[in-house]
Design a protein around this ligand. Structure first.
Ligand SMILES: NC(=O)c1ccc[n+]([C@@H]2O[C@H](COP(=O)([O-])OP(=O)(O)OC[C@H]3O[C@@H](n4cnc5c(N)ncnc54)[C@H](O)[C@@H]3O)[C@@H](O)[C@H]2O)c1
Length: 295
């Protein structure tokens, strides 16, 4: 596989494009929003600068990485003639189904179709594609250039051959792929989201404040980041939709999203990407300080 298309230039899409491009893949970054593409490219450039400053890569590596990325606002233009599409658009089932239907029409039969979805069933996504064997979950972690794990999700029909090739491609990106089956939340979010939701409930019930809850988990459990801060980085809208998928998928009240989380999302407080969540990121210096913990 040499040519990759990444759909969505948001938090995850720009990180996925950065990673493929850094490892020499010709990468098409596609978003319906010109503004998201601009912001995504700025983020990639800033993260590469940080890597150069830390001497993890050279200035030449940075330039090569940027030169490997071409941006598009149209899926038909950006996704034709590629070997792999990694969809990282907004977590919304109808949107993902329509994107995969479109990909089924545009891409050649050999193109592998992957989704970075946090929780939507890969089997369901694959159901709108004529050959569901070539559909797979490639669940990168945030921030993508830094985090080692890729959760590889086999849908009901995903072939052994495609699974093997995506596992091996992930290793070429210097990642550690782990194969899991397709059930709500897969493994990562099935365990992580109840913890985040319980932290929000703890805040909602007035047991402790934001800093106190995060400090308990950081210093007491050796987590590198508190659960409320982590939720801000993931995006509170993303956390809510993952919990809703698990709640509906298992029909189990233990996954019911906290009313505080629902309220914050309805109020437009999405975390880092909107400038405010459990913490305030409105001054760029503050957000910078927090994000430097990663790289
Ligand atoms: N945020 C995380 O930490 C995280 C971690 C793992 C996986 N994910 C998953 O990654 C995916 C993307 O999440 P995100 O946090 O990057 O979201 P985001 O909101 O930051 O970005 C989504 C991007 O998709 C674009 N988009 C929407 N419709 C589109 C279309 N039809 N065609 C092209 N682009 C379109 C939007 O303009 C936006 O730029 C979701 O499926 C999410 O569940 C997120």
């Amino acid at each position: 596989m040499k040519n990759i298309a990444v759909i969505g230039a948001g938090t995850m899409g720009n990180g996925i494009a950065h990673t493929f491009a850094q490892f020499g893949y010709k990468t098409h970054l596609i978003d319906i929003s010109e503004k998201s593409l601009e912001k995504g490219m700025q983020t990639i450039s800033k993260n590469l600068d940080r890597m150069v400053a830390k001497e993890k890569i050279s200035e030449e590596d940075k330039n090569n990485t940027l030169n490997n990325i071409t941006t598009f606002t149209s899926i038909p233009e950006g996704a034709k003639n590629v070997d792999l599409v990694v969809e990282a658009a907004t977590e919304n089932v109808d949107l993902k189904l329509s994107i995969f239907k479109e990909l089924d029409d545009i891409c050649s039969e050999d193109t592998v179709l992957a989704s970075n979805t946090s929780s939507i069933s890969i089997t369901k996504i694959a159901s709108v594609v004529s050959n569901p064997q070539r559909v797979i979950g490639m669940h990168f972690m945030n921030p993508v250039p830094v985090m080692k794990l890729v959760e590889i999700i086999r849908g009901y029909n995903t072939s052994d051959e495609i699974t093997k090739s995506i596992m091996s491609l992930s290793e070429k990106l210097n990642k550690v792929p782990v194969e899991v089956n397709d059930y709500p939340g897969f493994v990562a979010n099935r365990i992580l989201m109840p913890m985040i939701n319980e932290s929000i409930e703890t805040l909602y019930n007035g047991v402790a404040g934001v800093q106190e809850i995060d400090t308990v988990m950081k210093l007491g459990m050796a987590h590198p980041m508190g659960p409320l801060q982590l939720a801000d980085f993931i995006g509170l809208d993303v956390c809510l939709s993952i919990l809703e998928v698990m709640y509906n998928g298992f029909k189990n009240p233990k996954y019911a999203p906290s009313p505080l989380l629902v309220n914050m999302v309805q109020a437009g407080k999405f975390g880092v990407k909107s400038g405010e969540g459990f913490y305030d990121y409105s001054e760029s210096r503050k957000a910078e300080k927090v994000s430097k913990q990663f790289i």
